[in-house]
Write a protein that binds this ligand. Structure first.
Ligand code: SAM
Ligand code: SF4
Length: 330
């Protein structure tokens, strides 16, 4: 029984925020640390995540991405990954997004447990600027994470950078060079209004087109697919055949809601049908109140039916959601 919303979009992609806690303080996400909601009993247990994931996969979810906050802060993450990997082959893709800080220590175990892919965030190639953006002097740790992902055999390795005017937009071409030299898929993400510091404003957004043109001028790019389907990124290869890939994710300037196949489960077990939802569906309390499996299925299907047609970032009445990226799961 696949999940469809009222706009006939099929939902195949689930992002699970494992925790809203983080050891970084990225200014565009969680500059002031965790919000007070982060109490242990509110967060879904691994057993609950496993149970719900099995139901989601039975409803046609093919991709699960574990994210946060920083997912590697959840104790025994490989144990959860190994349980979720049991959902293959119906589950086709099990991925992780991490800041990389603790990745080298856990990478081998995660691979053995069945993790298919990893995305590592890297917002500057300069030590001082990395510290300025993330609040932590850990650029070397992130480089080590990328190296360990490679040596353990994760392929492809994706790197995420949020490009913000005046902070790291001068590094766009260097990021592209890094992608070529290290044979990684480098994904450039527009800054979205989901930061807990509420600093976002339109002038800080560096549009996908501008990012593309800056790279293309130095390293000519070739579009990989004519259509991106339900993928968020436009994907490019280097026209000169160099290794590496460029992905451009432009939710602000080039809305891609019409093909969205995603829903999200927050760290405290609420379904969010859009990053920018102002309504959430408290699946955790439903589950904990003793709902049967079929009641849980019904709850999920009902929530999906309420998925918004699109986001409203560019409308004059746009209201930033109270939940931040760290809680929602980016
Ligand atoms: N802590 C992990 C990390 O940083 O990779 C996983 C969680 S983080 C919320 C997931 C992704 O969301 C990261 O690549 C991060 O750069 C991105 N992100 C966070 N806040 C964002 C914002 N306001 N706009 C765009 N992307 C954002
Ligand atoms: Fe933490 Fe990731 Fe948010 Fe940075 S982007 S504060 S690493 S959750």
């Amino acid at each position: 029984m696949p999940l469809f919303d009222t706009y006939n979009r099929e939902i195949r992609d689930l992002r699970i925020s494992l925790t809203d806690r983080c050891n970084f303080r990225c200014f565009y996400c969680l500059p002031n640390g965790e919000p007070p909601l982060a109490r242990k009993e509110t967060i879904l247990t691994f057993e609950e995540i496993e149970y719900l994931s099995e139901i989601f996969v039975s409803l046609g979810i093919e991709k699960i991405r574990l994210t946060g906050g920083e997912p590697l802060l959840r104790k025994d993450l490989p144990a959860l990954v190994s349980q979720l990997a049991n959902l293959k082959p119906a589950l086709k893709d099990l991925a992780l997004t991490t800041n990389g800080f603790d990745f080298p220590r856990q990478a081998a175990e995660l691979k053995v447990a069945g993790l298919d892919r990893v995305t590592i965030s890297l917002d500057s190639l300069k030590r001082e600027n990395f510290l300025d953006i993330t609040g932590i002097d850990a650029l070397d740790k992130v480089f080590a994470a990328i190296e360990s992902a490679r040596s353990i055999g994760f392929d492809p390795i994706k790197i995420n950078a949020v490009i913000v005017r005046g902070r790291n937009d001068d590094e766009v071409v260097d990021f592209a060079r890094f992608a070529r030299e290290n044979d990684v898929s480098f994904r450039f993400i527009e800054f979205m209004p989901l930061d807990s510091g509420h600093e976002w404003n339109r002038e800080m957004v560096v549009g996908g087109r501008e990012i593309h043109d800056a790279i293309n001028e130095v390293f000519p790019l070739k579009l990989k697919d004519n259509s991106r389907g339900s993928e968020t990124a436009w994907r490019y290869e280097f026209a000169d055949g160099s290794p590496g890939e460029i992905g451009i994710i432009a939710p602000v300037t080039e809305m891609f809601c019409g093909a969205c196949s995603r829903i999200r489960l927050t760290a405290d077990g609420h379904i969010r049908t859009c990053l920018f939802s102002t309504t959430e569906y408290n699946l955790r309390d439903h589950l904990r109140s003793g709902a049967t499996r079929s009641q849980v299925v019904e709850f999920i299907a009902d929530a999906v039916l309420k998925k918004e047609p699109r986001h409203y970032i560019n409308d004059s009445k746009f209201v930033q959601p109270s939940r931040t990226m760290s809680f929602i799961g980016g």
